[in-house]
Design a protein around this ligand. Structure first.
Ligand code: FES
Length: 114
């Protein structure tokens, strides 16, 4: 089974789509001609991720954390302090990646996500 996500002619800057089978909302975008598909739900607190064209970053609308548009790795850590230091990590801190393929100018997800 393959899941059709979008027609590439509809992909301008980016688009988001909820995929029931994944129980996840995806963000699909182009960067330097390459297409990427990731979860659009911020792992911090579930905010909405969007693609910022000017900075070429994925950003969260809620607390403005940024994510690498290629790897989905979190690039922001909003703790700036000169008091006691603790080693801190967030979990999970990277956006979920999805494998996809293009057929007849339409983008599909691979079905190996189950
Ligand atoms: S919910 Fe995304 S940065 Fe907080």
């Amino acid at each position: 089974m393959k899941i059709e996500i979008c027609d590439l002619k509809d992909l301008n800057l980016y688009l988001t789509k909820f995929v029931k089978e994944l129980r996840d909302e995806l963000i699909i975008y182009k960067l330097n001609g390459e297409i990427f598909v990731k979860s659009s739900i911020c792992p911090h607190f579930g905010g909405e991720i969007y693609f910022c064209k000017n900075k070429k970053k994925l950003r969260c609308k809620w607390h403005d954390w940024t994510y690498c548009p290629k790897t989905g790795k979190c690039e922001t850590y909003n703790i700036k302090t000169n008091v006691r230091n603790y080693k801190v990590s967030t979990y999970p801190k990277d956006l979920k990646n999805y494998d996809f393929f293009i057929e007849n100018n339409k983008l599909y997800l691979n079905n190996d996500f189950t």
